[in-house]
Design a protein around this ligand. Sequence first.
Ligand code: NDP
Length: 289
Amino acid sequence: MTAAIIDGKAVAAALRERVAGAVQRLQSASGVTPGLAVVLVGDDPASHVYVRNKGIATKKAGMASFEHRLPATAREEDVVALVRRLNADDAVDGILVQMPLPAQIDAHKVINEIDPAKDVDGLTQANAGRLLLGATGLVPCTPHGSVLLIKTVEQKLSGLHAVVVGRSILVGKPLSLLLLAENCTVTMAHSRTKDLAAVCRSADILCAAVGKAELVQGDWVKEGAIVIDVGINRVGDRLIGDVDYAAAATRARAITPVPGGVGPMTIACLLKNTVLAAARRRGLADPEI
Ligand code: NDP
């Protein structure tokens, strides 16, 4: 079997178009222009690139983009004070604090200062709790994007066995909960899992979110499985995933490449969350996206 390549770039572009349409409809119906504020602390070069790309994508979707930069020496209370100002600013519907934060700042403390209604990264305790409870909230972007990609291959996930390797708060755990909500039977695997290869081989949907280049070998993939590779690993000047792509592609039914798979979905889902936040904060129905 040769796997179909799941084109994250194309799926993300289509999602961004739908978001732009929802922004236009929201503007004409209610005069609301959704706004996304991004907070960048310090001079991490990769973070600067991410923040710039988020700003460009936000404006392209017809939304307002606000960038706030603080020096690497900023104190925790400075970042908290900025988040509180953004919470109180009615032009701001979404707040994203770019990670990583400098060592002197407690990231959890800062995240939990974000008004859950504006928490477009879905990382506050309130939104994590809503996801666990199955209540409406804002869902973390990378896991949400991963599920949207799976659904381009298979609409009905009910009863399928999903294995998620990695249990981080950012990716693995929320992705597992989203797949559970789709009625998958979910196995969460991690660094202490015994015989990871055998666990992976039992997956109809195999998601890798580890951060170890090509950890998942080709023969860990069941024939006909859907493989979602969240990993981004810099090896020399190349970006490679957590899955041995070439070997896995000979067995999988469909697979995401790295780059060009899950990565582009993250920003698109961030834009989607910003529009949802703008509507919900005003008591409006969720726009069709
Ligand atoms: P974390 O480092 O927070 O979590 C890694 C997880 O992998 C942990 O749960 C850890 O287990 C598990 N793990 C580590 N080693 C092994 C192993 N040998 N076998 C099985 N499990 C293992 O990473 P993140 O979740 O934040 O990110 C994962 C990857 O996804 C990274 O490459 C990151 O760059 C990428 N990423 C990509 C995004 C995108 O937009 N495409 C967005 C966010 C992340 P344990 O809990 O037991 O320690």
